[in-house]
Design a protein around this ligand. Structure first.
Ligand SMILES: Nc1nc2c(ncn2[C@@H]2O[C@H](COP(=O)(O)OP(=O)(O)OP(=O)(O)O)[C@@H](O)[C@H]2O)c(=O)[nH]1
Ligand SMILES: O=C([O-])CC(=O)C(=O)O
Ligand SMILES: [Mn+2]
Length: 607
């Protein structure tokens, strides 16, 4: 940094020297016109959203339909996470492992300092003090995001606990925090007009695991820019969790109450756009069963003094996939967003100032597509990007479990892994034990979705649905999972299951109706835990007998059910070389017990 690079004037609403130094240093480098310390107040929200409307980033929705809510359309080059631009810059390359991009930290910092130099010119730098999880947690997990995006600042207010109360607590504790730098990489020269969605062709989403720091450049999209979410709560937190013996996972958390009043807590890991939000808010179709939500995307889990695995959702909002969400598939999400206070990105804007997307009821006669073009039901192009999102406060969810506000979280009874597979993987099966469950997680496979830039529908291994989010060597991550089972009383840990809502019939239709009907699978899961439901032992694990699954009132032929539950030895034998190849990637870093599990599977399949 050169001497003439001065930070703009600011008064510091904190005496926390680490925060003051961080803000001063980044402002001197990025040269914003102004610095704004976020309070998180309603007045600030109004000022921010008014300013976003004035610059054309936001369109205010019709207050009679969606109060205090906004529509945004991104640049078409900035619609999803960019996995090929995402780096784990550990000191040693080995520690990033074979599933992450890596560059030496010094080299990356040099490159990014070059990009950040003057990158906030003409803009405001927002200082966002935030906490992932509860500010009253035993050890609150603080962060400071510095961003030149008002859109990111508004979205962070929905997605994380932030503002003055958090900053005051950080000051009081002289707390450690994760420093997060974000710039859209679109400085404005004097007199230069802004664009509705500033971003840059060059993008870097970078985690420094040893330093616990995050540097992001060039994108305004959620997973790349709301740095408390994937970058902190998964990539950096997974490293902390490895060092401290806990788990940071891409999982929803739900509370399931049976007609008899028995409560079970379930966590589930499915890859991006594979059904976490939908399951988290599920409306059971079986009488007397109740689901309440704790989280839809991220779970932090620690073994408690009682030996059970306790989970909290570190987030404060939902950043949900819009297309496919409707009154049938996810009525609770619809109710949540209809209360307003939400941001909708890359959906369609209707002529009466509401939003619409593919799969929503009542298509409008005419609308504006996410690309800003006239759209009607006869249009060939989609109205909304497949990864269009709603961003809405979790507190508005009618079925939010009261335990959400408990910093201790909830004790998890079952973990579900799942992916999107047209073939091979049955509707549900149970792992034999924790190590086998870890094997199922480590070999999880799924067809790629629009949540990341790249081809859609390609089967890839996505271990624990964490492929893009493990902040260190995935071989070590598998070892960490194995150790959680070894170091604790396995009988008290959750039972592990694997699900697939996406198996298809010969005509390409879904074999299983999914959504609310998935409550039938959850019922089987808790009955297995309580030793009540029957299962057949197969080479891959315990699969429900057709009778053990509650299908009362379900419009499903016995043939379709059998096909949904089938374990086809040939299909599974075809998986073996793929799993072998996947494991070989990790060389000596793969825990030997996972090879033992693969050998066992091969032997049980007879080949
Ligand atoms: N067929 C079928 N589709 C489903 C089911 N559950 C969810 N989907 C579809 O899967 C897509 C993504 O679902 P979400 O629940 O938003 O996925 P997610 O895992 O929360 O995604 P991220 O927010 O990206 O992590 C939507 O288009 C849903 O309609 C199901 O049970 N059956
Ligand atoms: O990261 C995002 O922007 C959205 C998300 O939850 C995911 O992709 O899993
Ligand atoms: Mn997600």
């Amino acid at each position: 940094m050169t001497a003439e690079m001065q930070a703009p004037e600011t008064t510091y609403p904190t005496t926390h020297q680490g925060i003051i130094d961080f803000v001063t240093e980044v402002a001197a480098l990025t040269q914003p016109d102004r610095i704004h310390w976020c309070t998180g107040s309603d007045e600030e929200w109004t000022e921010l959203t008014d300013a976003l409307v004035a610059t054309g980033t936001f369109t205010r929705l019709n207050p009679a339909i969606k109060p205090n809510s906004f529509y945004a359309a991104s640049d078409p080059i900035d619609v999803a996470r960019v996995e090929d631009r995402t780096y784990i810059c550990s000191v040693n390359e080995r520690d990033a492992g074979p599933t992450n991009n890596w560059m030496a930290p010094d080299e990356m910092k040099k490159k990014m300092r070059g990009l950040y130099a003057g990158s906030m010119r003409g803009r405001t730098m927002y200082v966002i003090p935030f906490v992932m999880g509860h500010v009253e947690a035993e050890r609150p997990m603080f962060g400071i995001e510095l961003t030149d995006s008002a859109y990111v600042t508004a979205s962070m207010r929905v997605m994380a606990r932030m503002g003055t109360a958090v900053l005051d607590r950080m000051t009081e504790l002289d707390a450690e925090f994760v420093p997060c730098i974000h710039s859209v990489g679109h400085p404005l020269e004097p007199g230069q007009a802004d664009v509705a969605w500033p971003c840059n062709d060059t993008k870097y989403i970078v985690q420094f695991p040893e330093e616990r720091a995050i540097w992001s450049y060039g994108s305004g999209y959620g997973g790349n820019a709301l740095l408390g979410k994937k970058c902190y709560a998964l990539r950096i937190a997974s490293v902390m969790a490895r060092d401290e013996g806990w788990l940071a996972e891409h999982m929803l958390i739900l509370k399931l109450t049976s007609p008899a009043g028995t409560v079970k807590y379930i966590a589930a890991a499915f890859p991006s756009a594979c059904g976490k939000t939908n399951l988290a808010m599920l409306q059971p179709t079986i009488p007397g069963w109740k689901v309440e939500t704790l989280g839809d995307d991220i779970a932090w889990m620690r073994v408690g003094e009682d030996g059970r695995l306790w989970a909290v959702n570190p987030e404060y909002g939902f950043f949900g996939v819009a297309p496919g969400t409707n009154e049938h598939t996810n009525p609770n999400a619809m109710k949540t967003i209809n209360k307003g206070n939400s941001v909708f990105t890359n959906v369609a804007l209707t002529d009466d100032g509401d939003i619409w997307w593919e799969g929503l009821e009542n298509p409008p006669a005419s609308a504006t597509s996410w690309k800003g073009e006239p759209w009607g039901p006869q249009s060939e192009e989609l109205s909304s990007h497949p990864n269009s999102r709603y961003c809405t406060p979790i507190k508005q969810c009618d079925i939010l479990a009261a335990e959400y506000d408990d910093p201790r979280g909830v004790p998890i009874d079952a973990i579900l892994f799942g992916g999107r597979r047209k073939t091979t993987v049955p509707l549900v099966f149970e792992a034999r034990d924790w190590t086998h469950g870890t094997f199922l997680g480590a070999t999880l496979s799924s067809e790629t979705t629009a949540a990341a830039v790249g081809a859609v529908g390609v089967v890839r291994r996505d271990p624990m649905a964490m492929l893009p989010f493990i902040g260190y060597n995935a071989g070590d991550y598998f070892g960490h999972w194995i150790n959680v089972g070894k170091d604790n009383d396995a009988a008290k840990l959750p039972k592990i299951f694997y699900v697939n809502w996406f198996r298809r019939d010969d005509e390409g239709g879904f074999l299983w109706p999914g959504f609310g009907e998935n409550s039938r699978v959850l019922k089987w899961v808790v009955e297995r835990i309580d030793g009540q439901a029957a299962a057949v032992e197969t080479p891959i694990g315990h699969v429900p007998t057709p009778e053990s699954l509650d299908t009362e009132g379900l419009d499903l032929t016995p043939e379709a059910l059998a096909a949904a539950l089938a374990v086809d030895a040939d299909e599974w034998r075809a998986e073996l070389p793929q799993i072998q190849e996947w494991f070989e990637k990790f060389g000596d870093d793969l825990p030997g017990v996972l090879w033992t599990e693969l050998d066992g599977l091969r032997a049980r399949l007879g080949g």
